[in-house]
Design a protein around this ligand. Structure first.
Ligand code: PDD
Length: 277
């Protein structure tokens, strides 16, 4: 497969990672995951806007403009003859230089992007998934889509070892988000989710969920719910680029309502299909 690197389009096998890569040594970089449906990117502009916000937040100068990278990612899909469902993964780091914590001098950023097939998770989108809670021990800048994902990795691993799809992060009982997705609770026909502060990643799908809710006259309240609200929830669901709008039917072994995807969740899934399709 063709890969986009800082030196242009190359075969993936030709991609060599320098020994002193700051992404590897310090996690000093940022990334994006963009959904592809039938070869076409979904919400590409939103993802590129967030990439540039993340870059600015870590004072990383990207070696391209939004317009340039948007064109190049489109070309990447074309060069791979992408017609199926998949993702683009892209990351940018502060380059390669002898290891020292402070920024290296005149070193260009390293960036690459690749395309990968990823079918939609039709079964789980229909039945829903189970989750468990984990303590959110992350830093105060979770709005940056940074390569530092150890707390997320450990939480997801714990969830999978317990047979769950996702881990829900909580800070002193307040729910922030999931290890790699946004989490929502529905109560009395109202959607609750953590406000878009520095404690969560501002999900591109979350933005769409807010818009779908507005179009359907469903109140969308940006207010954190707490773990104790979960047993009384009418519905729960999560969202991300790879998971879309996914029903959550149990948390920590406690069933949500009748353990079936709820009516509002279904409505939002339908709106998503219209929007992405
Ligand atoms: N994860 N919160 C976290 C911590 C995430 O990592 C993600 C995305 C989201 C949802 O963001 P979006 O709706 O823009 O996909 C929320 C990506 C898919 C990943 O790391 O694979």
């Amino acid at each position: 497969p063709v890969t986009l690197s800082q030196t242009g389009f190359v075969h993936r096998d030709q991609l060599t990672y320098p020994f002193n890569e700051r992404g590897l040594q310090f996690g000093d970089g940022i990334y994006e995951v963009i959904r592809i449906y039938e070869g076409k990117p979904y919400l590409l502009q939103e993802h590129m806007n967030r990439l540039f916000r993340s870059a600015a937040a870590i004072r990383l100068e990207l070696p391209f403009s939004i317009q340039e990278i948007t064109n190049q990612l489109t070309e990447l899909l074309e060069r791979n003859n992408m017609v199926s469902d998949g993702i683009i993964y892209m990351q940018a780091t502060r380059g390669s230089a002898p290891r020292a914590h402070a920024f290296p001098g005149d070193v260009p950023a390293n960036a690459y992007a690749y395309v990968q097939d990823l079918p939609r998770n039709i079964d789980k989108l229909s039945t829903g998934v189970t989750t468990m809670t984990e303590r959110d021990t992350r830093w105060e800048h979770c709005y940056i889509k940074s390569l530092n994902l150890l707390p997320n990795v450990l939480a997801k691993q714990a969830a999978q070892e317990n047979g769950h799809y996702e881990a829900i992060f909580e800070q002193n009982g307040r729910v922030t988000e999931n290890s790699s997705s946004t989490i929502y609770l529905v109560k009395n026909h109202t959607i609750y989710t953590h406000p878009a502060t520095n404690r969560i990643l501002h999900g591109c799908i979350r933005m769409r969920v807010e818009a779908f809710a507005a179009e359907a006259d469903i109140p969308f309240v940006q207010q954190a719910f707490v773990i104790d609200d979960i047993p009384d929830a009418d519905e729960m669901f999560l969202s991300s680029t790879t998971s879309e709008i996914m029903p959550v039917v149990a948390v920590n072994g406690i069933c949500i309502a009748d353990s079936k995807p709820g009516t509002i969740t279904r409505k939002l899934q339908y709106a998503y299909e219209q929007d992405a399709g």
